[in-house]
Design a protein around this ligand. Sequence first.
Ligand SMILES: [Zn+2]
Length: 66
Amino acid sequence: MPACGSGRIAKIGYGLPFFTDEQKREIASGELVLGGCCIDDSLATRLCHACGHRWRRFDGKPGPAY
Ligand SMILES: [Zn+2]
């Protein structure tokens, strides 16, 4: 979770986007941010819109979304 406690959290997508209708909607609404095709060392998967903090979520496990 972001330290600031903001609820404005976006997913960060890596690689070439497919730009499905759902992705377009998520990008427009701020739910999805494209991280580019070059994956950085931190491999952050979540972004806080409020403070810009990025962190990594380990996907594939049950539990909260972040
Ligand atoms: Zn934040």
